[in-house]
Structure formats: C-alpha cells, structure tokens
Design a protein around this ligand. Sequence first.
Ligand SMILES: NC(=O)c1ccc[n+]([C@@H]2O[C@H](COP(=O)([O-])OP(=O)(O)OC[C@H]3O[C@@H](n4cnc5c(N)ncnc54)[C@H](OP(=O)(O)O)[C@@H]3O)[C@@H](O)[C@H]2O)c1
Length: 234
Amino acid sequence: MPDKQIIVTGASKGIGAAIAQDLSKRGFHPVCLSRSGGAPAGTGHRCDVTDEAAVRSLFARIADDGPVVGLINNAGLHEGSPSDTLETASYLKVMTLNATAVMIASREVFPHLRKSKGRIVNIGSFFDKLGVPENLSYCVSKAAVAAMTRCLAAEWAPHGIAVMNVAPGYVETDLNRDFLAQENVKRWLAKRVPMQRPGDAGEIAKLVGSLFAEDVAYLTGETIYIDGGQGMNL
Ligand SMILES: NC(=O)c1ccc[n+]([C@@H]2O[C@H](COP(=O)([O-])OP(=O)(O)OC[C@H]3O[C@@H](n4cnc5c(N)ncnc54)[C@H](OP(=O)(O)O)[C@@H]3O)[C@@H](O)[C@H]2O)c1
C-alpha cells in the first residue's frame, strides 16, 4: 500500500512531470493524472480533470489505495486571442481547466486531506498580476487560482489543510516552446528577465517539492512567484 500519496494533475509532461519526479525522489508517492495517463514517476491514471464525476470516483479509489497527503493542481492550458474577437468557447475552455477544475479537485480531495492534515499546491502564473495583451482568458484564470488559494486556505486552516499557489514565469514546455524559440522573443526575455533566461521545469518542481518536504506549518494562502524576477522588474 503506497503511503504519502500526492495527486499531481497534468503530470504526463512539462512542469507536472518534473514535479512528480521531484516528489518521488523526496519519498512521496506521486499519483499522476492526465488524459494520456503517462506517469514519469509513481502511478499513472487517465483522467480528464474537467470531468467532475471522473475526478470524484478516481480520488475515492486513490484514497482506498493509501493515505493521500497532497494535491497539486497543475493541469492547465493557454489560448491567446485579441480580446475584441475572443471566442466565448475559447474563454470557457481556458477557465474550465485552469480555474473550475482546480475548485473541483480541491473540493473532492478535501475529505482525504482532512484525515491526513495534508496540503494543496496550485500552479498559477505570474500573469495573475499582469495586464497582458491578447491573454485575457489566461490572466483571468490564473487570478482566479490565486483567489481560490486564499479562500480555501482561510476556510480549511482549521481543518489542518494548507493551500499555496506557486506562480511561475516563462518555463520552456510544450505549452510555449514555439513562442520561446522565436529569436525576437529570446532577445526580449534576455532583457526583460533579470535572470536573463526562461525557467526550467525542474526549478519549479524543486520549490513545489520543498513545500511538501519542509512542511512549514504557519505558511498558507500565499502566492510564491518564481519567475527569475520578471514580474517585479520595471
Ligand atoms: N510553461 C510555462 O511557461 C508556464 C508558466 C506559468 C504557469 N504555467 C502553468 O503550469 C502548468 C503546467 O504547464 P506546462 O507548461 O507544464 O504545460 P504542458 O507541458 O502543456 O502540460 C500540460 C499537462 O496538463 C495535462 N492536461 C491538459 N489538459 C488536461 C485535462 N483536461 N485533464 C487532465 N490533464 C490535462 C497534459 O497531459 P494530457 O495532454 O495527457 O492530458 C499535460 O500533462 C499549467 O497550469 C500552466 O498554466 C506554465
């Protein structure tokens, strides 16, 4: 029976895969959820996290396998569009996965984390505090994640559950590989980011893994920006 299970959504690749690998090295058992079901470490399950009934029944099965001590809401997508032609369907698609699915997974994991006094870490974005042209849906969805983090942290602290939001800057993954490969974008990032480079998925994973491993008891509700200094740079 695996103990110390941590559910990681969107763990088949990118930042989620790096998080699963980091957690595994630290002695946790990552339970990796995605539509393809790939598991870079731990156990893999096919699950579309926008499917409420599927999430509910899978979480119950995972809890039958052993204690659940954490949830990482990482699955997300990006769609950009000029706001004057933004399709409602595109807006709702981004909001449904990036924000509504975070609420659903958090709600469904609550009874299990209440037993273990576990924690939730959401993966937001530094776009949550920026006005980014042609990125309305994504920015709104990530601002919602930061707000949810605060609300859940306040409501569930008496139950011993901590909730945090880790908000990365640019990290090269399938989500943005084509964008980051453009020469003008590379030059712009080198000037715009004080650390002069995009982040690496392993760097985000290290922060997330340390939140579980260090178990800093008085820390909850906060957004930690990990963006090479881009978001605070004038
Ligand atoms: N990359 C960046 O620069 C960056 C910056 C800030 C924040 N973030 C955030 O970091 C998170 C991970 O991004 P990433 O760059 O690693 O993206 P990615 O490489 O595109 O990976 C996305 C992951 O989510 C899964 N997924 C997508 N739709 C799903 C669904 N409906 N149900 C379950 N799983 C689903 C994908 O697997 P399947 O296709 O198999 O389902 C994949 O494992 C996202 O929340 C993103 O907004 C990324």
